[in-house]
Design a protein around this ligand. Structure first.
Ligand SMILES: Cc1cc2nc3c(=O)[nH]c(=O)nc-3n(C[C@H](O)[C@H](O)[C@H](O)COP(=O)(O)OP(=O)(O)OC[C@H]3O[C@@H](n4cnc5c(N)ncnc54)[C@H](O)[C@@H]3O)c2cc1C
Length: 284
């Protein structure tokens, strides 16, 4: 449980951090809250030569509304800070998910940027960002780019980020009155990670059928995904129960000591239904 030897530098600014990551050619790693990286280093599953500590960069922290109505959440914003923020309180799915992530220490130290860069296939935030159609802003010494959440999660613990890129912020669409959202999960009790976690956003019912439905699923496949077969069934007029049966369409369902393939697929179907029902209930 003791990490291999490593160097440590505290970045003075975002530019300083980016220059150090670029110069290291992949041998350095950023550290934010350390909740995922330090355990990996202790198990020697990660052996960075140098840690570049970005944890005190004020420019990566905080939540603000953009001129176009979207909400930008700085990469270093902790779960606890997100829970306390009034603007984010309007997102039902965040209200559901945040208090159940990890324990007090994890919520105090863990950051949204660290969570999605780590890309654990069972973590909660990726499903939420997928369902919200969020954009992830990544910066390197070469410049900045926006990556759609739907293109960000590439595999288990793999993302679209280059080794010298940092996430600076996550952009969420502004809240809509005609849309309801919810997050439901069945968790592995010891860690709190989801066996199946589902973020649902649904809305604009025209008296006949739903015009909009967006579902992010975590814990089920190799990486979090959009359940597009459920989405199109819902917007084509299928009942919620029938639509939920498509939760795992096209996905290789994971099997592990906590849940075998058949059980996990069943749980995913149930949780998709519950998340959709809860999101609809929020529309009043
Ligand atoms: C006991 C325990 C329980 C947990 N339970 C849950 C749970 O129920 N649900 C859940 O979703 N998660 C859970 N987690 C995981 C937790 O959410 C993450 O560990 C945390 O959010 C990671 O953020 P961090 O700032 O600590 O990242 P770090 O550990 O500092 O970094 C993690 C990775 O992200 C990279 N990184 C960090 N910041 C950036 C950035 N801005 N740009 C690019 N790369 C970056 C690092 O280089 C590293 O590879 C749990 C963790 C623990 C220890």
């Amino acid at each position: 449980m003791i990490p291999a030897a490593f160097g440590y530098v505290r970045a003075r600014s975002l530019d300083d951090a980016l220059a150090r990551l670029e110069a290291s050619a992949g041998s350095a790693k950023a550290i934010a809250g350390g909740q995922s990286l330090l355990p990996l280093m202790k198990l020697r599953l990660a052996r960075p030569e140098t840690l570049v500590d970005i944890g005190r960069l004020a420019e990566l922290r905080g939540i603000r509304r953009l001129a176009d109505g979207r909400v930008a959440v700085g990469a270093l914003t902790t779960y606890d800070e997100m829970m306390a923020d009034e603007t984010l309180g309007h997102y039902g799915l965040l209200r559901d998910a945040l208090p159940n992530i990890g324990d007090v220490q994890v919520r105090n130290r863990g950051t949204i940027g660290g969570s999605i860069a780590h890309a654990d296939p069972a973590s909660d935030m990726p499903a939420i960002l997928l369902a919200l159609d969020a954009e992830i802003v990544a910066r390197s010494a070469r410049g900045e780019r926006e990556i759609a959440a739907t293109s960000f999660f590439a595999g288990a613990f793999a993302t679209a980020l280059e080794p010298d890129e940092l996430i600076t912020e996550i952009r969420l669409p502004g809240g809509r009155d005609d849309v309801g959202s919810a997050y439901r999960a069945i968790e592995q009790p010891a860690s709190g990670y989801s066996i199946a976690g589902v973020a649902a956003v649904i809305g604009a019912h025209d008296g006949n059928q739903w015009r909009f439905c967006s579902i992010g699923v975590t814990g089920v496949g190799e990486h979090p995904y959009r359940a597009s077969a459920v989405e199109s069934a819902v917007t084509s007029g299928a009942s919620i129960e029938d639509a939920a049966r498509h939760a795992c369409d096209g996905v290789t369902v994971a099997s592990d000591i906590h849940a075998d393939r058949e059980y996990r697929a069943h749980v995913a179907t149930v949780i998709v239904r519950r998340a959709l029902e809860a999101a609809i209930a929020r529309l009043g």
